[in-house]
Design a protein around this ligand. Structure first.
Ligand SMILES: C[S@@+](CC[C@H](N)C(=O)[O-])C[C@H]1O[C@@H](n2cnc3c(N)ncnc32)[C@H](O)[C@@H]1O
Length: 234
């Protein structure tokens, strides 16, 4: 990984000529994404993220924290004990510069010594699972990090709307894979990042997988564009 996502975040934080990120997926054309979005305030967050922030309690683990906007709000405004982790060195450096006390470079798969009351995964939190086949392993890992009365707050979107629909209402989705399995590519300042598997999950598929893996699953709130926030618990 060239850590271009993190480089864009750190450039924005340090005012080092930040530029927009160019994003594309296996089913969509190039699009520009302003890095400033990753520095959103509570008021600028979508309502599903605001709801997630309101529901956080106890010891919080923010997985894939990016620039740390959720962690910062939880630490400063909600006065919660937050651990922010990300695999991006540049993102974690940014979190530290922003004042997040407990921010570390870590792959959540390698955590095993602590349990948390709230595990937060936001901005398509199911994305880092990568592929549908890995969902049981992903959920089991999250489960192991969860305190007995804890909660996992995770968001995603049903991207079926991105596929053509015929007159009978059938969608032209791939026959050989789950339609939410995308490859995600970013470019920054003329450099291309290694493409990564990125999973969008419709709520029913998440709920079925959660039940299969002995987790309760609750639909907390739906957003304005096929997105939703779910709560998983033991
Ligand atoms: C879409 S960004 C979300 C950032 C942030 N949560 C937000 O809402 O602004 C996903 C983040 O997950 C991080 N990430 C990807 N795989 C990870 C892993 N296995 N463990 C921890 N972080 C990971 C990426 O580096 C990236 O910063």
């Amino acid at each position: 990984m060239k850590d271009l996502f993190g480089k864009a975040i750190l450039d924005f934080q340090t005012n080092n000529n930040p530029e927009d990120l160019i994003t594309s997926t296996s089913i969509s054309e190039e699009d520009e994404m302003s890095v400033s979005y990753l520095f959103r305030t509570y008021d600028e967050m979508p309502k599903i993220e605001q709801k997630a922030i309101q529901l956080c309690e106890g010891k919080v683990l923010d997985i894939g924290c990016g620039a740390g906007s959720h962690s910062l709000y939880l630490q400063e405004e909600r006065k919660l004990e937050v651990t922010a982790i990300d695999i991006s060195h540049n993102a974690i450096e940014t979190c530290k510069l922003r004042g997040i006390k407990n921010a570390t470079v870590e792959d959540f798969n390698n955590l095993d010594s602590e349990q948390f009351d709230t595990i937060l995964l936001l901005m398509n939190g199911t994305g880092i699972c990568g592929k549908l086949i890995k969902l049981p392993e992903f959920l089991n890992k999250l489960k192991a990090l969860l305190a007995p009365d804890g909660q996992i707050l995770i968001d995603s979107s049903d991207i079926i709307y991105m596929f053509d629909e015929d007159e009978d209402g059938a969608y032209a989705v791939p026959a050989d894979s789950y339609y939410g399995e995308l490859t995600f590519q970013i470019s920054y300042k003329g450099q291309d990042e290694i493409p990564l598997d990125w999973l969008y999950l419709d709520y029913n598929t998440l709920q079925n997988a959660a039940i299969d893996n002995s987790l309760k699953c609750e639909l907390i709130i739906e957003g304005s564009h096929y997105d939703y926030l779910a709560k998983l618990s033991l």
